[in-house]
Design a protein around this ligand. Sequence first.
Ligand code: MG
Length: 388
Amino acid sequence: MPNCTALIVAAGRGSRFGGPLPKQYALLSGRPVLWHTLAALRAAPGIDRMQVVIAPGDERHYQASTQDFDLPTPVLGGTSRQLSVLNGLEALAGEPPDFVAIHDAARPFVQPADIAACLEAAAALGIDGAVLGVALADTLKRVEDGGVIAGTVPRRDLWRAQTPQVFRFEPLLQAHRAAAALGATEETALTDDAAVAERAGLKVVMVAGSGDNAKITTAEDLRRASTMETRIAFGFDVHAFAPGSGVVLGGVVIPHAQALSGHSDADVALHALTDAVLGSIGAGDIGTHFPPSDSRWRGVSSDRFLRHAVKLLAERGGRIVHLDLTLICEAPRVGPYREAMIDSIAGIAGVGHDRVSVKATTTEGLGFTGRREGIAAQAVATVEVPRT
Ligand code: MG
């Protein structure tokens, strides 16, 4: 039986993904996308070894994603996908496998049986490679400038090429070396290995995929693919009044006969919301991240605290479902500023207005808020995070 090494291309920066992490390291159902991809490849009959190609600087993310696997040192990628694959092939060339199965790290749903089918097809007599793909189901249109349809493209014989793409190792290495010698730029580089093989005159066949082999391209793809759980967390804060001429609530400046005292801008509303969001992921409280002893936070606008909490949530693949805020004070009156506060909080948290609620109440003259000594705020954050 011929041996086959899986070469996993994880060197992309994922400009369309937009998250804090490259998509291959983002969490899918509690584990990095790359972890799922490696698990699928390891389960495929015929794959003997795995080699990952990563972007320089991603070593820490790689280590965190691959602890469950026995892997050689990752190869560093180049300035295009084509050059990243070439680097990977050159790293294997010292001890060349019979076949190489090149696979995108961002395709974690690949079925082990489909990988095996590609290997079997590539190993057929007179064939150099095999590509997993899907026949086109949608009608194809050619569209001119201005969006006018210029014609319908016959879709018969048209397929979408995915990965894995399995090739006899030596001919593919030669094809990649020849393609690199032509000096393709980032723009003109070939976008899959079958194109490199085709240019070299190799014979490559298409294998119909059996399952969902979707590529994770956007954060929305990741959310759709993850099993999410809902979490609800609470935040509370109080700031005392001090001499001044206005308060900041929810990022909105409200004229008032007093100000709120505090280390930052004393935005009690954003502080309660920040603690609620941090609580949803068990990430401590606002003081953990922005200690009052640190002079960097003196007088700063509190929107940065909430932004930071939302970023931590996003880094775990989570998102805010709803934020509910209650302000407790006799004055100032919140009602006239409610819509502005909703706008402000929605903007800071990166959610729609319909996902933010601002309420206010008094304590009927009772207690410290009733004595107009300060303002209290309660917040409830409802979030979705990948199930772990
Ligand atoms: Mg506070």
